[in-house]
Design a protein around this ligand. Structure first.
Ligand code: TYC
Length: 104
């Protein structure tokens, strides 16, 4: 180990200290079921996940056909809030719609 720090060593240390770490991201998925209406799922994608109507319909149909589909990617707190909002809105409307999150 060298006795003296070089300018480069110091610059690298400063950069490390200043580096902005991006928070972990979570994928939020909608799950298919036989009872939730297609209209309600599209409404959820438009209102909770801010999807434009055409994209909301495409995602809903993907979930309907494949069992699961990506609604959005968010930091943990936002993903948790949206997941809880989906379940609450679904239960208020008598639907069993399920939502899950997975760390990226
Ligand atoms: N499979 C439902 C139906 O036929 C529609 C649906 C789509 C339900 C997506 C949930 O996440 C879902 N009415």
């Amino acid at each position: 180990m060298d006795e003296f720090k070089t300018n480069l060593d110091e610059e690298l240390e400063l950069k490390e200290r200043q580096e902005v770490k991006s928070p972990p991201l979570y994928r939020v998925f909608l799950l298919n079921d036989d009872y939730t209406t297609m209209d309600f799922v599209v409404h959820i994608l438009e209102t909770v996940f801010n999807k434009p109507p055409v994209e909301a319909t495409q995602i809903m149909l993907h979930v309907h056909k494949n069992g699961k589909g990506l609604a959005g990617v968010y930091t943990r707190e936002i993903a948790e809030t949206k997941t809880a909002a989906v379940v609450e809105l679904a239960r208020q409307n008598g639907f069993p719609l399920q939502c899950s999150m997975e760390k990226e």
